[in-house]
Design a protein around this ligand. Structure first.
Ligand code: ZN
Ligand code: ZN
Length: 425
């Protein structure tokens, strides 16, 4: 153990190993620590990070012979389809000026999840969406006839890996005792060391710049067990977007989701402390690979007051999401109405049971505020607005977190005494 690098957790002075006692000692503040605990503080500072082998197989000459490519003159979307399918408009912007293009470069998708939701079903889901949405802005109420439902295969990259994380926490147990004159606070400091692995499978990240990530993540999950191998004929009758964000760029988002999931799984194994804070962490991975796939999406764009809004339906499950905004005026009215209703009822009850007072009214007020908040949150939830996924917990392989290292090591105790100021009666 190289003692030079270790610093006192209490005062940050260098620690030295004392052979006689077998402890690490700090000469500056006269503390002594177990070498195991000091060593554990530095456990997480290794790790090469999470990475993936990215695919590089392009389209075969036989694929290209059976495929057509188009480019949208209006929004720049690059699209591919099967050779006998004629594209008449851009699935993203609806522009009819889409011109034949050459198939150049691009990674060959390995798998395609076929459409299960028919055009009629998608249409019905879209129409149903407009019913009973209290906070939908009025511009969507007037006429929501469907411009066009566009069938689109969106390119995604699926990320797999066995992730490994080591996290070191500084944790405290505090207790306070009182005697007649003194308040004595005892703080026990611990170093908590956890290492574990978690396997992830098929975390999707969309490879299209045209589709907002919040929309594509809100369409999750897809059932990949229903996927078929890619061949140009699978695209017959629909367009596929050419992946224009490469796997290496999408990797960042997958890494974020993996790290978030494993971090929260490991954190949940730390308990029994008054406070816990992360001191350091390190990640590494094995077997990271990326699979290029095409996933089915029904896209609907409508223009209201000069702004384009997107609705998207998962072509396999029928899950709908969109980027419609919340009508803030209506949200306020609903919130205020709920508040006033609960407040009024509460005041009436207090009056009847003769408990009216500033304390009880305050409680009713808080209750009314919570109810108003829940009502508005519930109504906003109806809108199915697109939002990013936080972690990747849906993609954890069976077994979950496999903890390799679980150490809770005592470091030192600190005591604070405070003289209790006696109040004169
Ligand atoms: Zn010290
Ligand atoms: Zn376009």
């Amino acid at each position: 153990m190289d003692t030079v690098a270790y610093k006192c957790p209490n005062c940050a002075s260098p620690l030295t190993f004392d052979g006689a006692s077998g402890k690490m000692i700090c000469r500056a503040c006269d503390s002594r620590f177990e070498p195991d605990a000091v060593e554990a503080m530095y456990a997480a500072q290794t790790g090469s990070g999470i990475d993936f082998d990215t695919p590089d197989e392009g389209y075969a000459a036989s694929d290209v012979a059976q495929m057509k490519a188009y480019r949208c003159n209006s929004c720049g979307a690059e699209l591919i389809t099967e050779g006998t399918t004629t594209a008449t408009e851009c699935p993203y912007c609806g522009s009819p000026t889409i011109l034949p293009d050459r198939i150049e470069g691009g990674i060959r998708p390995e798998l395609v999840v076929p459409f299960v939701i028919s055009k009629e079903e998608a249409q019905r889901l879209f129409e149903e969406y407009f019913q009973g949405k209290k906070l939908l802005p009025n511009i969507f109420k007037k006429d929501n006839q469907i411009a066009e439902m566009r069938k689109l295969y969106v390119p995604y990259w699926l990320f797999d890996c066995d992730a490994d994380a080591t996290i070191v926490y500084a944790a405290e147990k505090r207790r306070t005792e009182r005697t007649d004159d003194w308040e004595i606070e005892t703080i026990e400091h611990y170093i908590v060391h956890r290492s574990g692995t978690m396997s992830f499978e098929n975390i999707p990240v969309d490879g299209s710049v045209k589709l907002d990530n919040r929309i594509s993540e809100s369409l999750e999950p897809y059932d990949l067990s229903k996927a078929v191998s890619f061949s140009p004929s699978v695209l017959s009758g629909s367009l596929a977007d050419h992946a224009d964000v490469d796997a290496a760029d999408c990797e960042k988002r997958a890494v974020e989701r993996v790290e978030k999931s494993i971090t929260s799984a490991i954190r949940s194994t730390v308990s029994g402390y008054t406070s816990v804070s992360e001191r350091s962490k390190g990640f590494s991975s094995k077997g990271g690979k990326v699979t290029p796939v095409l996933l089915p999406v029904w896209l609907i764009t409508t223009v209201k007051d000069g702004k384009t809004y997107t609705f998207a339906i998962n072509g396999q499950t029928g899950k709908l999401t969109c980027d419609v905004p919340t009508d803030k005026g209506k949200a306020f009215l609903w919130g205020a109405g709920a508040f006033a209703g609960v407040m009024g009822l509460g005041a009436l009850i207090l009056h009847l049971i003769k408990q009216m007072g500033s304390g009880t009214l305050l409680i009713v007020g808080l209750l009314a505020l919570i109810v108003a908040f829940c009502v508005v949150a519930g109504l906003i939830g109806q809108l199915k607005q697109a939002g990013a996924q936080s972690g990747a917990s849906d993609y954890v392989r069976e077994g979950g977190l496999n903890l390799r290292q679980k150490q809770d090591l005592f470091l030192y105790t600190k005591t604070n005494r405070r003289k209790i100021q006696k109040q004169e009666q």
